[in-house]
Write a protein that binds this ligand. Structure first.
Ligand code: ADP
Length: 398
């Protein structure tokens, strides 16, 4: 137990994006949420904020629609007791660059480092930094901790972390495979070891985070040794609106044919591709499964392509492990969609993993648990909780 939890303190977890801020006030030991909050359309005149606690919602429309303004407005919706229960602030930060391999207390040096990393994540880091600045201004006496999406993957060996490109691109431009979703992969790999009743140091796992964004990681002995996302979150699996792996030769070809620049093609690979691009209708797995069941062939193809690519990457990552003990499903799709898990696992019988159809329908987001038959590697559902891991790291460092 941490000093913080002994004192009964709560951690404020902040996930500040470019146009939204999500927050939670929670106990870092039990994970119990005292409240959750959301600011939407940040930076626009329609910005609104809300706090949810015990089934009751309070809302307001701030005059100051900046990150600082909406965070002030969210804090103003909390009671005095709720505010004073907060003893530290943990921030989800998308990128820690080549150096940050674990969570860190934000001081002036860290703040400057993050600013310098902005070219590596220009869409996300400015929002993260605005969140850090806003909570530092509003709660100046509390420690602020940065928890990086990339940090868990800093243990990847060079042969997995590098692209086969000119060496100067790595040395001078920091072009390398960083990986993302590290907080989720780290959380579920630890929880999977607990479920299996085995020490993490003994296990070889492939963790599959399937949400709007999707990635898989090879976790050997509790450390990430490879992952599917790379320099940006575009690489790897098929996602809601991202293509995943693609031949870079497509980019200049499409740019020329459509009369747009390369950056615009990459934007479309991020926002108009994936499940949305293949189906032509939706980036939402639940919608596509319903459409496929009703006979929509494009929706069915999108789902099949998604599941095939996921299985292909699990098989590829298993070579990084030496031994495959378990495949772990998490994220909105991984936790909730029995049909997607069944389709991925059907293709993994080649690795000796066999679906237990009954358990697959019984074990989902609320329960988690084993969904494979005995013998061979295990398949598990493990609900992720990135906020809890951020709160725990924050409590440990504060
Ligand atoms: P994010 O990556 O934005 O956090 P989530 O992890 O919540 O997103 O995942 C969102 C995805 O989960 C959507 O594609 C949604 O359709 C899917 N999903 C949620 N519930 C179900 C369900 N019962 N069946 C199939 N897909 C589901």
């Amino acid at each position: 137990m941490t000093a913080l939890s002994d004192a009964g303190g709560h951690v404020l977890v902040v996930n500040a994006g470019s146009s939204s801020v999500k927050l939670a006030v929670l106990d870092p030991v039990s994970g119990r949420r005292a409240l959750t909050g959301l600011a939407e359309r940040v930076g626009t005149q329609d910005a609104s904020v809300r706090i949810d606690r015990d089934g009751e919602r309070s809302t307001s429309t701030p005059d100051d629609v900046s990150h600082a303004g909406v965070i002030e407005a969210l804090l103003a919706l909390m009671t005095g007791d709720e505010r004073s229960s907060i003893t530290a602030v943990g921030h989800r930060v998308v990128h820690g660059g080549p150096t940050y391999s674990s969570s860190v207390v934000v001081d002036d040096v860290v703040r400057a480092d993050l600013e310098a990393l902005t070219p590596l994540a220009p869409l996300h880091l400015p929002g993260n930094l605005a969140g850090i600045d806003a909570t530092t201004a509003a709660l100046p006496d509390l420690p602020q901790v940065a928890v990086f999406d990339t940090a868990f993957h800093r243990t990847m060996p060079a042969y997995a972390a590098q692209y086969a490109v000119p060496r100067s691109w790595r040395d001078d431009l920091d072009v390398r495979r960083y990986g993302f979703h590290g907080t989720s992969h780290r959380y579920v790999s630890g929880a999977a070891a607990e479920l299996l009743g085995r020490p993490p140091g003994e296990l070889g796992l492939v963790t599959l985070h399937l949400g709007n964004g999707c990635s898989a990681a090879a976790v050997r002995g509790g450390r990430s040794v490879d992952t599917t996302m790379g320099f940006t979150p575009l690489e790897g699996l098929v996602m809601g609106s991202r293509s995943g792996d693609i031949d870079p030769g497509v980019i200049p070809y499409v740019a020329e044919r459509l009369g747009v620049d390369a950056a615009e093609v990459v934007r479309r690979l991020n926002t108009e591709s994936g499940l949305l691009g293949v189906s032509g209708t939706s980036n939402d797995m639940r919608t596509l499964l319903e459409a496929a069941a009703a006979g929509d062939e494009d929706a069915a193809l999108a789902v099949e392509l998604f599941c095939y690519r996921a299985a292909k990457h699990v098989a590829a990552l298993s070579v990084a492990l030496g031994r495959l003990d378990a495949v772990v499903f998490t994220g909105g799709i991984g936790e909730n969609s029995a049909p997607v898990r069944a389709a991925v696992l059907a293709r993994l019988s080649v690795l000796g993993v066999h679906l237990d159809a009954e358990a697959n329908h019984a074990n989902g987001a609320t329960t988690g648990g084993r969904i494979s038959t005995p013998g061979g590697p295990v398949a598990l559902v493990v609900p992720t909780d990135e906020e809890l891991l951020i709160a725990r790291d924050t409590a440990d460092l504060a």
